[in-house]
Design a protein around this ligand. Sequence first.
Ligand code: NAD
Length: 478
Amino acid sequence: MSEPYDVIVIGAGPAGYAAAIRAAQLGLNVACIDSSLGKDGEPVLGGTCLNWGCIPSKALLDASHKYADARDHFADVGIKTSGLEMDVPKMIARKDEVVAKLTSGIQSLFSGNGVTPLSGTGQLLKPGLVSFTDHQGQVSELKAKHVILAPGSVAVEIPPTPLVENVVVDATGALNLQAAPERLAVIGAGVIGLELGSVWARLGSQVVVLEALKDFLPMVDQRIARDAQRLLKSQGLDIRLGTLVTGSSVGNGKVSIAYQDADGDQTLDADVLIVAVGRRPNTAAALAADCGIAVDDRGFIEVDDHCQTGSAGVYAIGDAVRGPMLAHKGTEEGVMVAERIAGFKPEVNYACIPNVIYTHPEIAWVGQTEQELKAASIEYKTGSFPFAASGRALAANDSDGMVKILADAETDRILGVHVLGPQASELVAQAVIAMEFGASAEDLGLTMFAHPTLSEAMHEAALSVAGHAIHMVNKKQR
Ligand code: NAD
């Protein structure tokens, strides 16, 4: 199919490719432009998430967890190992295979749904008109009734630590190290810093994480964050809060890092430094200077609740707009916009977005934290259940953490669910479903859960909101 298109999507990450596929499913004539090239120089779909983010990091998190579990915990369950070795190049190669399978899967989905992929750079010139530059530099102008901007985000670089190949790296570089560095420093105890710090700590690196903020994971329920910090410390992550990195110098393939903490100026030497200080919207190439689309002072494209920009027929979704930079949030926005273009009226429920940090144990949550409820003067009740009292978690030798539920003091409606524990990423989905249906803690408590499962911790935490969990002594009894 060719122009004029019904829809041109700029960006084929989880937000853009989902928008393109859904629009095509609804019978629209769709093209999706993406400039990404893979390691072999060929075009790749899937954006940061599939190529350099969520998926490759999970491949390494899973591989490194298996290795560390075999090394540190198999003996606990009666499995003797000898000659256990890690093969980092093989781990990296397998990660690349997983990525290749998934990105080629998007290609198949595009061709199966009739989406036209265009490999190169797309730029909105004005509503209805997009400039397309292919990798040979050939420029053409494409017309479309609707344009969806999904240009994603890029890693923030900071002046004190310019990137130096294989020594000072961003998340992408950290996913391609060919050996575990002896001494690894990470700037930023955010999601990426903790996930990548965990990978390399499990594979034997001494890891120091330098974090400017005084609080650990301020966006996480602070009870959960405290427990997570203690567990990560016990795994060898030396997390130094209140430390501001001010400079770095590279020599002989090593890096010396200057930072300030409460005691003054400090230095730290490392073999590799990972810079994980956040991401910023990637809008510069996607918007012509006079295209008329408003961008806020942090570079986010301004949109309303339905991802509509100020210009009719132009939408923006994913990391380039307000809200958390999460693949699944972008995907839902992409689907919403495609369906709205086709005449339907879906909404994204921004109050019900699950968050996951893939450390071990995982940290996952949905809804409000206890500190947010306090700040908003909302009266609430809490219930919690430790995995140490879960038969399934004990049987699996994986019983750190807890489920914590916050419910409205008067209505019992669930306001937030916070999980630190094995498979927290999967368990939190139960909470998301409950909250989407407006469930009360009692509703969850009245639901039957299979035994023995990790999910029972969710059930017991819900029962404990009313003070009658079965498998622990309750402080509050009815
Ligand atoms: P982040 O914002 O989560 O954390 C960056 C941290 O770096 C902050 O805590 C900040 O205080 C600290 N920092 C900044 N400058 C510093 C300095 N000079 N010295 C010391 N500390 C400094 O950012 P991120 O971890 O890079 O992740 C980027 C985005 O990607 C986030 O929005 C995240 O949600 C998303 N992401 C999500 C997942 C997931 O869902 N599991 C995984 C990876 C990334």
